[in-house]
Design a protein around this ligand. Structure first.
Ligand SMILES: NC(=O)C1=CN([C@@H]2O[C@H](COP(=O)(O)OP(=O)(O)OC[C@H]3O[C@@H](n4cnc5c(N)ncnc54)[C@H](OP(=O)(O)O)[C@@H]3O)[C@@H](O)[C@H]2O)C=CC1
Ligand SMILES: O=C([O-])CC(=O)C(=O)O
Length: 252
């Protein structure tokens, strides 16, 4: 049985905990002490409000499902503690120097940094961008203003530019932009829109290159507990965890 330390007892954390089968969350940590206590009680995991003690608890892997700040603060020490990590708040890796340091640490210590597919589809073959020419790559994300904690009466563009800058400005909403950039090996172009007539979290990907062209559109249901986060993102990380000990690896 794989033992998991869960960093972040929010919306995604709860979906993961409810779906435990071949892994067991044995330790949990969150910035909100009351939340971590209640979570620990409900899912039979040891609650921690001190990160060092949480990390010292024997677990096979740490799952970050908290925030870009949490991933930035803790990923390096998780690897240095000799543990693999799953990073949900991928925006932390927009800092190229930090990302390189993490990868180098993981390489030296023979650890893995897992990035779930999250709220999008297609990351598998989008990674051909690492070995093949890409002529165009645009992510267009459209969310209801409520998912962005804003108000609007008409379709409004919030951002147009590069992924690294977008996720810095909208760290709770555009981690997918960074996942796509890592997959295809370049800082992709991003448009972020809010639309009061869109009730889903929509991600459209326009991808052209040596292989031909692709258009991918996902219209995700928002998570009931956090409309900023698509439910697909929680399902994705749960699937990743369920496959950690599967010898059959599918996809590019
Ligand atoms: N890669 C992807 O495709 C996607 C990634 N995400 C990202 O996944 C992460 C989790 O999402 P979700 O579960 O919906 O978020 P929630 O806000 O529902 O839960 C996160 C929990 O972590 C806590 N937390 C925040 N910062 C820290 C910290 N520094 N240390 C410890 N705990 C902390 C939060 O506390 P508090 O409430 O006080 O902040 C909250 O309890 C988010 O960063 C989100 O942006 C979401 C969707 C898609
Ligand atoms: O859940 C989504 O649709 C996307 C999201 O919030 C993110 O990438 O951070």
């Amino acid at each position: 049985m794989i033992t998991v330390g869960l960093l972040g007892c929010g919306n995604i954390g709860r979906v993961i905990a409810a779906g435990q089968e071949n892994f067991k969350i044995t330790a949990v940590y969150d910035v909100v002490p009351a939340r971590v206590e209640a979570f620990g009680k409900e899912f039979d995991a040891k609650p921690f409000s001190d990160f060092t003690a949480f990390l010292a608890e024997p677990t096979d892997i740490i799952v970050e499902a908290a925030s870009v700040l949490a991933a930035t603060e803790h990923a390096q020490e998780v690897l240095e503690a000799g543990k693999d990590i799953v990073i949900m708040s991928v925006g932390a890796l927009a800092d190229i120097e930090y990302r390189s340091r993490l990868i180098e640490t993981a390489r030296q210590l023979k650890r893995k940094i897992h990035i779930p597919s999250g709220a999008i589809m297609g990351l598998d073959n989008i990674s051909i961008g690492q070995i093949s020419r890409i002529d165009k790559f645009v992510l267009r994300t459209t969310k209801n203003p409520a998912s962005l904690a804003r108000e609007a009466t008409e379709r409004t563009q919030l951002f147009s530019g590069k992924a690294h800058d977008c996720v810095r400005q909208y760290p709770k909403n555009t981690n997918v932009a960074e996942s796509l950039s890592i997959a295809c090996g370049r800082d992709v172009d991003v448009e972020l829109w809010m639309d009061p007539n869109e009730d889903r979290n929509m991600h459209e990907i326009f991808f052209e290159g040596e292989f031909g062209e692709a258009y991918i559109r996902v219209r995700n249901l928002p998570s009931p507990d956090n409309p900023a986060t698509s439910y697909l993102a929680a399902l994705s990380i749960l699937t990743l965890l369920k496959n950690l000990d599967n010898p059959l690896v599918i996809g590019a």
